[in-house]
Design a protein around this ligand. Structure first.
Ligand code: DAH
Length: 356
């Protein structure tokens, strides 16, 4: 090979070896094979060589071009691989480490409590149902066996909304989530197992009442459902929710228009210390009962064929008891000091086995 070709080859190899980045490598490639590259220049000058030298030099140049093209390509791949390795080394993520920037927000105790309730009932095969906050009187009262002049309609301090063009009747801000029972039975075929957490409204405001608060409804409709199922299900729920496998649970006869028999459910606690599970006192936490035959009929279900139980609980009340929160109003004051104290990390979701 002619001397100048040897030199070009050596220079190119040295430059390739030194190139560490894509742009350094590309500079070598263009400087050699590009339109004004060195090899291209030599090929162009071929015509000025005497005839007898031209053939041999032409072949040598072509060989050199093929050789250098191969070498440049190969080095290009090496550099790509190098860059990848470097990125992999630099960008490794240790998933066991906390995030460099911790999330600023915290989960509100109401949301957290809904999440805990949903987790527990979810494990018992319930799913979440929803209904509107603005409800017809029929869904909120009548279909739930609460007749026109029943005291519950005023007892619950209902917010009435003006009638709209569509209907002559005034609508209400739902006073309870129980209307979701009606909507579910009308919209789904049994067997049914739902909970319905959501906002409810009553014209009432003091340390333990807020005009807007949250309830969670529950409904089970299956064949052959008995009071025993109700007791088992709710005992299980309360023990899981309060993380106490031996939590005392008491079922006490009561009255609701939409259940027969109806009951209130108490858990054991100490009035003196406020400790849940210990002491000789009882604390009411839940309303429940066997779904009234008239409610089933109102939803087109034959009471001789289908039975079920329903329950309802106040979410803030459960959150207060579990987390030692004393004033209901604090839930809605948007006081960040309060939220920092009572809020929950978004990185530790509710689980079934928290306290067991
Ligand atoms: N809706 C009732 C309330 O707001 C709570 C309740 C009691 C719901 C018994 C139920 C039930 O489904 O069976 O006080």
């Amino acid at each position: 090979m002619a001397n100048d070709l040897e030199t070009l080859k050596d220079e190119t190899l040295a430059a390739l070896k030194e190139a560490r980045t894509h742009s350094e490598w590309d500079a070598v490639r263009v400087g050699t094979l590009g339109r004004s590259g060195k090899l291209t220049g030599l090929l162009r000058q071929l015509g000025s060589f005497p005839h007898e030298e031209r053939k041999e030099r032409g072949q040598a140049l072509n060989r050199l071009r093929d050789e250098l093209t191969g070498l440049i390509e190969q080095r290009g791949k090496e550099i790509e691989e190098l860059a990848l390795q470097q990125r992999l080394a630099e960008e490794t993520v240790d998933v066991t480490q906390p995030p460099a920037t911790a999330p600023i927000g915290l989960i509100h105790p109401v949301s957290r409590t809904i999440e805990e309730i949903t987790t527990i009932f979810g494990a018992m095969d319930f799913h979440v149902a929803e209904g509107p906050d603005i409800e017809s009187q029929w869904h909120n009262f009548s279909a739930l066996n609460t007749p026109e002049h029943h005291p519950a309609r005023t007892e619950q301090d209902t917010f009435y909304l003006p009638a709209t063009g569509e209907s002559e009747e005034m609508r209400v801000l739902r006073t309870q989530t129980s209307g979701v029972q009606i909507r579910t039975m009308l919209g789904e075929k049994p067997p049914i197992r739902i909970i319905a957490p959501g906002r409810t409204y009553r014209a009432d405001h003091d340390a333990t009442h807020s005009p807007m608060f949250h309830q969670c409804e529950g409904l089970v409709i299956e064949k052959g459902i008995t009071l025993g199922h109700l007791k088992g299900c709710l005992t299980e729920f309360l023990r899981a929710f309060f993380n106490q496998p031996d939590l005392p649970v008491r079922f006490r006869a009561s009255y609701f228009p939409f259940t027969e028999p109806s009951m209130e459910i108490d858990i054991g606690w100490s009035r003196e210390t406020g400790v849940i599970g210990g002491g000789a006192d009882w604390l009411e936490v839940l309303g429940a009962g066997m779904v009234h035959a008239r409610v089933l009929s109102n939803c087109g279900l034959d009471p001789a064929e289908w039975q079920g139980f329903a329950f309802g609980m106040g979410i803030e009340r459960l959150a207060m008891l579990k987390n030692g929160i004393t004033d209901l109003r604090s839930f809605y004051e948007s006081d960040l000091r309060w939220l920092r104290h009572y809020g929950f990390s978004s990185l530790s979701p509710a689980t079934l086995t928290e306290g067991f």
